[in-house]
Design a protein around this ligand. Structure first.
Ligand code: DOR
Ligand code: ZN
Length: 339
């Protein structure tokens, strides 16, 4: 059996910099035609110049991967910078509530204050997409739910601004997605297949610690249904977030799951096991093209066939290593060479 996917897209991934970038990026550019690259680097991408510089670094490593680098919203962002970003083809602004996750210390603390609302208003006028790490500073399992009030405010006040709830993790968010025409979402492989017990129900598994935290089996199953039916307002965004093993094993452990290796093979396995392979194309590409109004240059065709492959137990990184999601697992699907 085989399946062909046209222009797979990863609409949320972390590629980092330097040696880590060189180590992790091939897993994405060999499988995906493009994607949205997150700006929370050690020096965050807070200006058009930094975004262009990073885009060039990515281009030097792959001429084919259409990287959309998101611009990090800080309290210093202004209209002039946004005009420049627009002119250079930046499409996506990323909002991190200050302190919510890795390298979010430059993020926004008062999301509904006058100056941030002004940014949203300019973003709407210029046609940017607003991608949000939607978590409050409250109790871990309620952070996304608590943040929904802010999403609703933005959605109502800026009705033509497209808002993406990144890595949707809580089933209570689905209602907001359905109620507001300008609210969309990305879904990760881990939030649709795992729950809190996978992280800490047996022994603590630091490789499954991420933000937003994995939730209940009911949340997982509701999100999985959205993916399997390829709900038109959702698309795939892995949130692949590599951290060195040593950083996962020290306290506090870094949040992030390195899911980039063998993503398409895993998604194929998942969709086939639920008899929904026919919906994978829209989940992995078509919905994103519509929702983000992408004008892709590439025409990447990936063929997968039923032949086993095994995810490595770790990926070497200098003297260290990075442990991928589902390390050591054997999958029934492989990407065909020459696809
Ligand atoms: O788990 C996460 N890791 N969530 C994020 O939002 C950021 C990411 C990272 O950059 O490591
Ligand atoms: Zn992320």
């Amino acid at each position: 059996m085989q399946i062909t996917l046209k222009n797979p897209l990863d609409m949320h991934l972390h590629l980092r910099e330097g040696d880590t970038l060189a180590c992790v990026f091939p897993f994405s550019f060999t499988s995906f035609a493009g994607g949205v690259v997150m700006p929370n680097l050690s020096t965050p991408i807070t200006s058009t110049a930094l975004a262009m510089d990073y885009q060039e670094k990515l281009y030097a490593l792959s001429k084919e991967f259409e990287a959309k680098v998101a611009l990090y919203i800080t309290p210093n962002l202004n209209k002039q910078e946004l005009l420049q970003a627009k002119e250079k083809g930046v499409k996506i602004l990323k909002l991190y509530p200050k302190g919510s996750t890795t390298n979010s210390q430059n993020g926004v603390s008062e999301i509904l204050d006058k100056s941030t609302l002004e940014i949203f208003s300019i973003a709407q006028e210029l046609g940017f997409i607003l991608s949000i790490h939607a978590e409050s500073g409250g109790y871990s399992l309620d952070r996304e739910f608590e943040f929904l009030e802010i999403i609703k405010e933005i959605a109502i006040n800026f009705p033509t601004l497209k808002i993406i709830i990144e890595h949707l993790s809580d089933r209570r968010s689905i209602e907001v997605l359905e109620r507001y025409s300008n609210v969309f979402a990305t879904l990760t492989l881990h939030h649709i297949t795992l729950c809190l017990d996978d992280l800490l129900g047996g022994g603590l598994n630091p490789h499954l610690f991420c933000k937003p935290i994995l939730k209940s089996p009911k949340d997982r199953d509701a999100l999985l249904s959205l993916a399997l039916e390829s709900h038109p307002k959702v698309c795939f965004g892995s949130d692949s977030a590599p951290h060195l093993l040593s950083k996962k094993l020290t306290s506090p452990a870094s949040a992030g799951i390195f899911s980039a290796p063998f993503l398409l093979e895993q998604l194929c396995t998942l969709f086939e096991s639920h008899n929904k392979l026919e919906n994978l194309q829209s989940f992995i590409s078509d919905n994103a093209i519509k929702n983000y109004e992408l004008n892709l240059q590439s025409n990447k065709i990936i063929t997968l066939h039923t032949s086993p492959c095994t995810i490595p137990s770790s990926i070497p990184m200098g003297k260290e290593c990075i442990v991928p999601l589902n390390a050591g697992k054997t999958l029934p699907w492989s990407i065909s060479l020459h696809s």
